[in-house]
Every structure is written in C-alpha cells, then in structure tokens.
Design a protein around this ligand. Structure first.
Ligand code: COA
Length: 379
C-alpha cells in the first residue's frame, strides 16, 4: 500500500477543551449521598436492627478532599445525579438522525483545537475517538465526529481506559511517521458520570464529565507555534483492580444489569500502591532513553485521579516534591475525567512555557495501562 504523504515528524499543533456548564461541589454531593443513606437506613430499619443488614455509612466532604484532592466535578446532568431517587445521569434518548451526546461534546472540543491551530477541518485526515466511556457499540463515535466536522478520510474508536488519550497520540504520531496522515484529531469525550456508582461511598466522588481534543500533525504542515513530540511510550499489564463489566453480553442477564460491577469498581488502595511505581518507572525509563535528565523536565502533566498519587509519581521522577508549577493538578475543579485528565492539565497549564522547554504528558489507569508523551515547545 502506498502512503498518502511523505513520512514526517509528528508534533502537537493544539489542544481543545469542552467543559460542562454545571458543577457539583463536595458539599452538594455529600448532602445528596447522605440523604440517600438516611432514606435507605430508615426503609430497612427493622432488618438493620435485627442484624440482617448492615447500615449504610454516611460520606464526608473532609474525607473526599483529603483522600483525593477533589473539591468539585463538572457534569452534564446535575439534577438527576443529585436526585436521591435517581442518582445517575439521565439523558433524553436522541433519534438516530441527531448527533449523539458523546459525539456532540467531542465535536465541541475538536472545534476548539482546530480553531486554536487555525486549521480548516477539510485538511484533517483522520479522527480517533480515544476514551473510556463509549456510548454505543457502533457506528464508531469517531465517524460521527468526522461527519459533523466535515472531515474526509477515516475515523475509529479506541479504548484503553484512562490511558486512551496518550495511546491515541502515539497512534496518530505513527500515522504521521508512516506517511498515512498529515493531520489527525485525537478526541477524548468522557461522560464518566454514566459509569459511576453514585450510591457507592468508596467511589461516588471520583469522576466528572468533560471532552478534550489534541491535534497531531506533521511538523512541516503544523502552525509555527507547536510542540515537538520527542517520543512516546506505552505499557499495559493486566489487572482486575479497576474494572467495569458493563457490555452487550449483559443483555442475556437483565436481572443483573443494575448490579454494582456493571459500573466502575476499584480496589483503590491496591491501584495506588501498584500504579505509582509502574508509572514512575515508565517515565524514568522513557526520559533516559531520550537522553533527558529529570532536571530537564520543565513540567509533568499527569493523569488526574488522585492528588496523593501524582505527588508520589512526580517525586519519584524528579527526586524532590513537585510544586504545583512543576506538576499542576486540575482535580480540585474537574475531579477524575479518565483519559481527558492529563490533556486538561496540559491545555490549562502550558501557555507560559518557553521555546525549548520540555515536558511530559502521562496517563495511567485501568488495564493497567500507562502512556507517556515527551514534548518540547518549538516556538
Ligand atoms: N466518606 C468518608 N469516609 C470514607 C469514604 C467516604 N466517602 N469512603 C471511604 N471512607 C472510609 C473507609 O470506610 C475507611 O475507613 P476505615 O479506615 O475506618 O476502614 C477509610 O475511609 C479509608 O478508606 P480507603 O478506601 O482505604 O481510602 P483511601 O485513603 O485509599 O482513599 C481512594 C480512597 C479511592 C480515594 C484512593 O485509594 C485512590 O484514589 N486510589 C487510586 C485510585 C485511582 O487512581 N483509580 C484510578 C481510577 S481511573
């Protein structure tokens, strides 16, 4: 097969962000959760009293902030999440001739990235929708985004959970290196709220909704103000410690549809212990292979799952406690947004860097999976 373009050096031309208008504070979230707990315990008072059922325990604002660094999360369906009788997002079903919700927020982020690069959609060759929480089996959400933007070429969906965006960036970079594309949009729309068990005290505070986009292009085609991609590295290792069993095979067992493991579940402590060294080693190996010393990293844009985890990873890599300037977090207002988190951190905290500054975008999560992208500001 012949390539469409000459083999080229991949760069990041721009990023884009869509942020839902509504936000839920920890106070609002905990008030709703604790009202549910009170209602549940009152309804089952006799069984609890008889020792046949354990009483549910209330959540707390202080615990959430201390354990995770999260103060609020953006969501697309606030009222129904906080409604004690619903406690999940509710979207009106859309007919097939209307754009789906996931594609719609992806398009909003993609338009932002295109506009920042001064790029006309007709010059984009491919769209990758790389995210954890795909809305349907097919047609691919990426093809719907491609159609909405009027892009020729091709699109497909890929899912590597929270690492999807960095895996998407490497895939796009490889298309450019091989000459199969000159301009690729990597879009990560995440409606995490749909897969979160809002009635589970251990995890009800973790996730939020958002969409990001990264425009990966050939250096000779990109705008002058871009980021050179110095290298990409991916790693996966199987683990059940973060898992979501929702899928089309559940149709055969409708009675189990609402069971908790058809939503996000995790062994948070194990994830913390096992993923920190895996990611620390990945970054350390990657920069060593590129001949970059830890002091040569101006900034780390890490996956946004837990502030403590990020502190430890940054410390392992840099050899000292990282400042907010060295390793910025967006967890306080966005919470964990799965694959979009490290891209939001980059999008909101990169304008001040100077030509020649080097940084690393690194994501990690279920699989386990981890991906790193080392970049340098060109101009
Ligand atoms: N409110 C109040 N207390 C709570 C609570 C809540 N919402 N949830 C749990 N607790 C309590 C527990 O009952 C436990 O009490 P005990 O010590 O009396 O048994 C205590 O707080 C500690 O619980 P634990 O679940 O061990 O907390 P933690 O410090 O490990 O923090 C996570 C939990 C999930 C925030 C943390 O483990 C984490 O972020 N891990 C990494 C997760 C991650 O990156 N996942 C990737 C997803 S993509």
């Amino acid at each position: 097969m012949t390539s469409a373009y000459n083999q080229a050096r991949p760069v990041i031309s721009s990023t884009g962000l869509f942020t839902p208008a509504d936000s839920i504070s920890n106070e609002e979230l905990v008030a709703s959760f604790n009202a549910y707990v009170a209602q549940h315990n009152a309804q089952h008072a006799a069984a609890i009293e008889a020792g046949e059922m354990a009483a549910l325990q209330p959540s707390s604002v202080e615990f959430i902030e201390k354990a995770s660094g999260i103060k609020a999360r953006k969501v697309l369906s606030k009222a129904s999440i906080l409604d004690v009788d619903v406690m999940c997002p509710r979207f009106e079903e859309r007919p097939n001739d209307q754009i789906s919700v996931l594609a719609e927020i992806g398009v909003a982020a993609a338009r932002d990235a295109l506009q920042r690069a001064g790029r006309d959609a007709k010059d984009v060759d491919a769209v990758l929708v790389a995210c954890s929480n795909l809305q349907r089996a097919y047609p691919a959400i990426a093809i719907e985004v491609q159609d909405a933007l009027g892009i020729e070429g091709f699109g497909f969906d890929m899912n590597v959970a929270c690492s999807s965006a960095t895996f998407g960036i490497q895939t796009a970079a490889d298309f450019i290196r091989a000459g199969n594309a000159r301009s690729v949009l990597v879009v990560s729309p995440e409606i995490c709220s749909g897969h979160l068990n809002w009635r589970d005290r251990d995890s009800h505070f973790i996730f939020g909704d958002v969409a990001t986009a990264v425009l990966v292009e050939a250096a000779d085609f990109a705008p002058p103000s871009h980021w050179d991609i110095l290298g990409t590295q991916l790693k996966t290792r199987f683990s059940n410690n973060i898992r979501n069993n929702f899928g089309f095979l559940n149709r055969t067992a409708p009675e189990s549809r609402d069971s908790a493991d058809k939503l996000f579940v995790q062994e948070g402590r194990k994830v913390f212990k096992e993923v920190v060294p895996m990611v620390g080693d990945l970054i350390t190996d990657h920069i060593a292979r590129l001949g970059i010393a830890p002091e040569g990293l101006r900034r780390l844009w890490l996956h946004q799952a837990n502030a403590g985890m990020n502190r430890l990873i940054a410390q392992r890599v840099l050899g000292h406690e990282a400042s907010e300037d060295e390793s910025p977090t967006v967890l306080d207002s966005y919470a964990n947004t799965s694959s979009a988190g490290s891209i939001i951190a980059f999008h909101l905290n990169s304008e001040d860097l100077k030509p020649g500054d080097t940084g690393i975008i690194c994501s990690f999560g279920a699989g386990y999976s981890a991906g790193s992208v080392v970049i340098r500001k060109a101009a």
